[in-house]
Design a protein. Sequence first.
Length: 396
Amino acid sequence: MTAPLTGLRVLDIATLFAGPLAATLLGDFGAEVIKVEHPARPDPSRGHGPTRNGVGLWWKLLGRNKRTMTLDLSKSGGRTTLLRLAATADVIIENFRPGTLEKWGLGWDELSAANPRLVLARVTAFGQFGPCANRPGFGTLAEAMSGFAAITGEPDAPPTLPPFGLADSIAGLTTAYAVMTALAGRDRTGTGQVVDMAIIEPILTVLGPQPIWYDQLGHLQQRTGNRSQNNAPRNTYRTADGSWVAVSTSAQSVAERVMRLVGRPDLIDEPWFATGTDRARHADVLDEAVGGWIARRSRAEVLKAFEKAEAAVAPIQDVRDVLTDPQYTALNTITTIPDDPELGRLRMQNVLFRLSATPGAIRWAGRPHGADTVAILSELGLTGPEIAALEAEGAL
């Protein structure tokens, strides 16, 4: 079956996570993604986290379904070659500081002149304008600035940052959506446009109605640990065998089922039990009832009882559990790459969603630095002497 984005060509000239993730998502559904890296300074994600046999494992995930080539865009030959590539592409994704591409003669004016149908996605920490635009920035700063850290953690503990690239990942997902939106616009107008993606913005949207709460009520959300201001019981609870489970009662009917299950149906008749917000104000008594009941039973007993009662519960799992979880297994959420040239068999997350008629697929994991440079340039029409000249200039 033909993947839905087959025929779309994407140049990924970004580094690290948000921009490259967007390109990965497009590649998963058939886009031809060409990863362009500096000849001497490859994407730092190749060196992030654990390695095996000197091969970065994070890159194997982030670089999947991408052909790789090297190009120094600050060199004259690099600039010329990128413009030739841009003329054949549908999308370029970049994350240099504002003004960097312009300094190299590769700004929107030059790129759109080479290809009026091009979509240029510019992914930066703070966007293309404003007082912070030219500052260096990473997702961590977005997690701090957006209000995420301020509401995360225990009430009497410091604000908490996530131990993974949350803001970058949200921005990557959003960038892929923005690119497809811009391409839909191109289908109607015939011309491309610029996507300005500031990493500090999508995470603010994900945080929900905090701005309107404060605007209309002066309400400032506080850190509540694993509890919620919107419903209760909602927490993590330890079982008799030392495991942990998470319980959520966003729906009133589920909250009532939980209280009947743990032997406290009397609490349902309390006037404050009728709404999630009022229940949250009585979280201590609800947590005592639910936590006490769970503490006397094993995790297996708790999960079985909650399932029978049609109440919402999930085990707190680490990645070892995820790899054997029956629901993830049924969904094929973790898939196997059987024959990676560098690492052999390896497992990673599958494509992000399932399409019934034109599904995505992982065709290969992240490839070595510059593995496809000569092939891509040859397909572009460059001759052997022209490629040699680029190498001599240091552009490759």
